[in-house]
Design a protein around this ligand. Sequence first.
Ligand code: ADP
Ligand code: GLC
Length: 482
Amino acid sequence: MHILFASSEAHPLIKTGGLADISASLPDALKRLKQDVRLVLPAYLSVKAALKTRRVVQDLDIPGAHGKVSILEGILPGTRVPLYLIDCPPYFDRAGDPYRATDGRDWQDNHLRFGLFNRVLVKIALGQAGLDWTPGIVHCNDWQTGLAPALLSLYKGRPPTVFTVHNLAYQGLFPLHVVDDLMLPPELLGFHQGLEFHHHISFIKGGLAYADRITTVSPTYAREIRSQQFGYGLEGLLNHRAHDLSGILNGVDYRHWDPARDEHLVRNYDANDLRGKAACKEDLQTHFGLHVRADVPLFANIGRMVEQKGIDLILAAFGRLLREQEIQLVILGNGERRFEQAVRQLAQAFPRQVGVHVGYDEGLAHRIEAGADFFLMPSRFEPCGLNQMYSLRYGTLPIVHRTGGLADTVVDTHPGSFEDGSATGFVFEPPTTEALLGRIHEALALWRDHGIRDRLIGQGMRQDFGWDISARRYLDLYESLR
Ligand code: ADP
Ligand code: GLC
């Protein structure tokens, strides 16, 4: 099957979060299932710099674009997946991340940048981009690609579309007047089924209203987004489309995330021999200047420092715990300034117990997964979440809020689940400091019993969240649309 997979980021070329992991590992998994899948990304400056082997395959004439538009072709590094890059230097040749300038503020012309990206997607989908390939299915991801299903819906004989929601909180909302800049046909406007949303144009609504099928990245999140609490006002539309909406759990690329062969670790290990994990803990403690002690429990968190992730709950809980107990905490992440400052302050107050790296560091993320005893994910909502699955494979016990993909991947430890061998971590609710603290105390009590600890770790490490099952589910979905 010819599948065009459209995304705004993909590992290892450009990454701000889990979308990048999935936009690389899912096409790769589909390729292994012998599908002709091709990935398409905007040609950001950093991507062009990272992708040495590429060639211009086509120049395009896109009315209204503020510069020359062309399609470059290469291969996604580490895979055999062909890659198209949509190049338009005035839009994409910039420092900063895909969405924000270096001062942390959104680019003012994001509607034009991603508007252009979507219009080129439509050309490729319709076989009008001068490529010697046309897709039989177009798979779009998140708001950055939401206009394509809407625009495509206007054409007869177009390929079917799938739209995956990785995070409903980010919607691509722009003031109504961008309609002119984007040259949007009037028949796509309108509130109930169209792109309008409370005096804005909503890119994500393009995907939700017009794609032939909608998926999201875990079964629980697929249910949650149909409720007022998680739907952000889009729950009506999502309920209307309930028959076309499903949840497919994200997979893990164990070629990158497996302690038995992870190149970032001082020593590799697997479920049969955890001595390497002890070495990784020492390495992590040394790196952050913490007391190097195997008997002190080490907690960790990696992620974007935003309200979603509950970083404030970790700060509040550990502000108390660190005074009461000999424990350690390592945090890697960046995001909102207030949270970055607060974690730095915590590290200053407890220099031998708390290690903080404000920034983005792929290698350190792997070392933390391996070196920690517990991984904290108190997310208020979590469409899927990858780090809890990585943690399971690295023998690092996850402590998670019961929501979205966290609820679907971590089995809480209680006498029944421990006895039947299904327990893999610790699950709490509601997302409050009290509930988190309560579960941490219980987890610590069990962890101090080496027999229980080893059994839980072993159960977690044997879980398989590889792509085999989920990639086939996507394939079945595509096939149902042919
Ligand atoms: P989200 O996509 O909401 O940010 P996920 O759990 O799906 O959350 O994916 C986050 C991914 O980004 C993981 O691969 C995680 O290791 C990585 N990550 C997040 N922040 C950082 C950071 N500061 N340094 C390195 N990796 C990070
Ligand atoms: C989003 C979600 C996260 C999910 C990731 C990949 O960024 O916040 O939960 O794992 O996308 O699907």
